[in-house]
Design a protein around this ligand. Structure first.
Ligand SMILES: Nc1ncnc2c1ncn2[C@@H]1O[C@H](COP(=O)(O)OP(=O)(O)OP(=O)(O)O)[C@@H](O)[C@H]1O
Length: 457
């Protein structure tokens, strides 16, 4: 681990081939044996065995972070996120590999990290700031801003042990974020604060980023990753599974969380059998025999598709205000989507899901045939049959780009088995709309009436 005051160009952090091995002891006494026996045996020239088993929490992790860049780190519980952060912050040593940081590193790692519970909030501010390398004068200059940001009122003169967990996080974030660090590490701690405080923290993170601070954000929230990060890294079993564009990494993370991992990719999905008993019905706007999904204008060529292929979403037809496959949709238009699903094998109680997201990946709406209690769809799934599904919704959205995802899955107990997931497969462009601001049209009604002075009297 090395920390340098000047950055070579624009790099704030370089993690190179980082690995961390923990020694696990089956019994506490094995730790003592390990400290004594192997060194003795080696001294006597004998072969020395070990009393522990090795556990690699991180393996060959490499990435770089530029100045002003925000990286989101995601992964299941136990995937190695905290271990990585601790090594970056210098509180844990790597087994092999290197971390180079350029400038002052501040970290909000866990509740109250760095706080002495017996001291008051005020004392802890000075203590923490000193640990982060600030002089007494520098801390005094920032003191009011820190207290103001934390917003914990008179509690600032109480010992930290009397604080609620939310108050500890507030003070912790206030100190770390007001000292203008070069690298700020935020580990899930923000999840403890209330929504208003979280919004305030993200405003502060935005200001820091603009001033050149690089941020490492560990969170289980996919939305935070796509909204706040310029890139993301997915850890699984201590290894980097994916790094790059946040939306892509988050999609992969969702696979890992909900889908047992990607089973069959788009390129290797088995060809639908053309002799499907359903055949093609000229009365239907969608094909029931061939996968022609990608031939339509609204198809997104960058869709992310995976599943085990035992059911396949073959085709879609979209109409908005009577126009087929519209280039631009009017805000408020009625959209009708017809989708065909081919069951290659018998599936019990299939579920069809629909999600609509902004281009940044924020979910606007999501529902499926189970949550909507569409009993008719539960009965589908006979081998070689095709289900044709009609979906209708009102496009009450602000102008902009949106993506629709479709998915077909079944449930085996708690586990969801994905058969064909087509993330972001349909691109929807909503035309500009001046009636409202924000994301969705809630149909707000505003009425006014004039009340004359006489009628008040
Ligand atoms: N000191 C330790 N000794 C032994 N094993 C450890 C130690 N610290 C962490 N581990 C193990 O290393 C793995 C990675 O742990 P880590 O806390 O980094 O995961 P994480 O991704 O942060 O998980 P979470 O999302 O639950 O916080 C886990 O299997 C954990 O049990």
């Amino acid at each position: 681990m090395s920390s340098r005051p000047h950055d070579p160009g624009s790099i704030a952090l370089r993690v190179d081939q980082l690995s961390k091995c923990f020694h696990l002891y089956a019994h506490p006494k094995d730790r003592l044996k390990q400290a004594i026996v192997p060194p003795l045996r080696r001294l006597l020239g004998a072969q020395a065995g070990n009393y522990y088993s090795e556990f690699w929490a991180l393996r060959n992790v490499s990435f770089e972070l530029a100045r002003g860049e925000t990286i989101g780190i995601v992964g299941r519980n136990g995937s190695g996120k905290s271990t990585l952060l601790q090594i970056i912050c210098g509180t844990l040593f790597p087994t092999t590999g290197q971390v180079e940081t350029y400038g002052r590193v501040a970290a909000l790692l866990e509740l109250g990290s760095g706080f002495n519970p017996a001291f008051t909030g005020r004392d802890n501010i000075y203590l923490n700031a000193a640990l982060l390398g600030l002089t007494q004068e520098e801390t005094e200059a920032r003191y009011d801003a820190i207290v103001d940001f934390a917003g914990i009122g008179d509690f600032i003169d109480q010992p930290v042990k009397n604080y609620s967990s939310g108050m500890v996080v507030r003070l912790g974030f206030a100190v770390q974020a007001q000292i203008d660090p070069d690298i700020l590490v935020v580990d899930e701690a923000l999840a403890v604060g209330d929504a208003k405080f979280q919004a305030k923290c993200f405003d502060r993170l935005r200001a820091l980023k603009e001033a050149g601070t690089s941020i490492i954000l560990v969170t289980h929230s996919s939305e935070q990753i796509v909204t706040h990060c310029s890139k993301a890294l997915l850890l699984d079993g201590g290894e980097v599974l994916e790094i790059g564009e946040p939306r892509k990494v988050v999609n992969r993370y969702l696979d890992v969380l909900f889908g047992r991992e990607r089973l069959i990719s788009l390129d290797t999905l088995p060809e639908p059998r053309r002799e499907s008993s359903a055949g093609d019905d000229p009365e239907l706007p969608v094909s029931c025999a061939e996968d022609v999904f990608a031939t339509h204008p609204n198809h997104n060529p960058h869709e992310y598709r995976w599943g085990d292929g035992t059911a396949q979403i073959l085709d879609f037809h979209m109409v908005a205000d009577g126009e087929e496959y519209p280039v631009v949709v009017r805000s408020g238009a009625k959209i009708r989507l017809t989708v065909s699903v081919l069951f290659m094998r018998r599936l019990i109680r299939p579920i069809l899901g629909v999600t609509l997201k902004t281009k940044e990946g924020v979910t606007v709406y999501g529902a499926n045939s189970e949550t909507l209690h569409v009993d008719a769809f539960r009965e589908m799934g006979e081998e070689d049959s095709v289900a044709v599904v009609e979906i209708e919704f009102s496009c009450a959205l602000a102008g902009g780009d949106y993506f629709i995802s479709l998915g077909i899955a079944t449930r085996h107990g708690e586990e969801v088995v994905p058969h064909d997931r087509r993330y972001d497969c349909i691109h929807l462009i909503v035309g500009p709309e001046a009636r409202f601001t924000g994301l969705a049209d809630l149909g707000l009604k505003l009425q006014a009436r004039k009340v004359m002075h006489e009628s008040i009297a």
